[in-house]
Design a protein around this ligand. Sequence first.
Ligand code: HEC
Ligand code: HEC
Length: 304
Amino acid sequence: MSEKHIDQETGTETTGHEWDGIRELDNPLPRWWLWIFYASIAWSVVYWVLMPAWPAPPGMQGHTTGVVGNSERVNVANDLDALQVSRSDFFTRLEAADSYSAIEADPALFRFALAAGESTFGNFCSTCHGAGAQGFVGYPNLNDDVWLWGGSFDDIRHTLVVGIRSDHPETRFSQMPAYGADGLLSREDIRHVRDYVLSLSGETGFDAAALEAGGAVFASQCATCHGAAGLGDRTQGAPNLTDAIWLYGGSPEEIENTIWRGPYGVMPAWEGRLNDPTITAVATYVYSLGGGEAEVETEGAAGE
Ligand code: HEC
Ligand code: HEC
């Protein structure tokens, strides 16, 4: 096998391997390839010296640290510190800002509040309110201008701080009776008042006597919270029943069921779970979604 064989065509020595008459030429490796190969070896030696590279021998801790002492962990920690510093300024300014207009007046702060608010919303709120805050049955849509408890910046912020029917000592609270489940009204009365409620938002075709009976039940049972005209009462979180927008569904069956069981929507309190400026940021985000209402204070021209 060690006898030399020269290929006739090219004049190159072969390796001696042959398959079906095809011989393998013994060409040298291309120059460019070799140079890259040697350069890689040289580079790896330099790299070992400069950077952390070798694990410590068995029985010892850690690894060689390299001359420049680079550590990704330390880099990340430094980056995070830098981020904290750059943010803490914003957080301090958010903490000081006491109104939407004050935040909006500072464009960089406003941008920061919206971004921080949106990401907080994605983490903590979208499970219940939906990724676009569009809501689900029982979980209000936060994009529209329909508010149970109020849509000013302060109202929204306060809702976030104390929650609704939450375990916060100052939670927003009210409780509609379970008229059917607790036997306060007969099934017939509930159907009558259901029809009356539907008529408030313009539904027609109900029996006149039923409507009259329903109106009487409404006046005696429901008006204290929902108002004589059914326009709702934000101090009690009682929805407007005339706007044809339904938190718990607007079909006759759904409304009857709501009156029967007494709805009890729970929204957690965020005080203690999110820090103050973060609550302000997420309130800013929710307020900006479109339904925010002007602040009641007459603080100069807040404008639209
Ligand atoms: C566990 C589910 C849940 C989570 C999480 C949640 N909410 Fe709510 N939220 C509700 C429910 C239910 C209501 C309606 C309560 C009621 O019927 O009065 C509500 C009401 C609200 C309201 C009042 C709406 C109005 O019409 O007055 C706002 C504002 C709000 N949520 C914002 C948020 C924000 C911002 C977050 C995240 C920080 C959040 N919610 C997280 C369930 C939740
Ligand atoms: C003690 C106050 C109170 C009384 C009395 C009351 N409600 Fe309510 N009602 C509420 C509150 C608060 C809600 C919202 C509950 C929630 O969000 O979970 C509500 C919700 C509703 C809803 C659901 C609206 C929607 O958007 O889906 C209907 C329908 C309704 N009430 C009808 C009635 C009728 C009819 C009566 C009288 C028979 C009545 N309520 C009496 C406080 C009251």
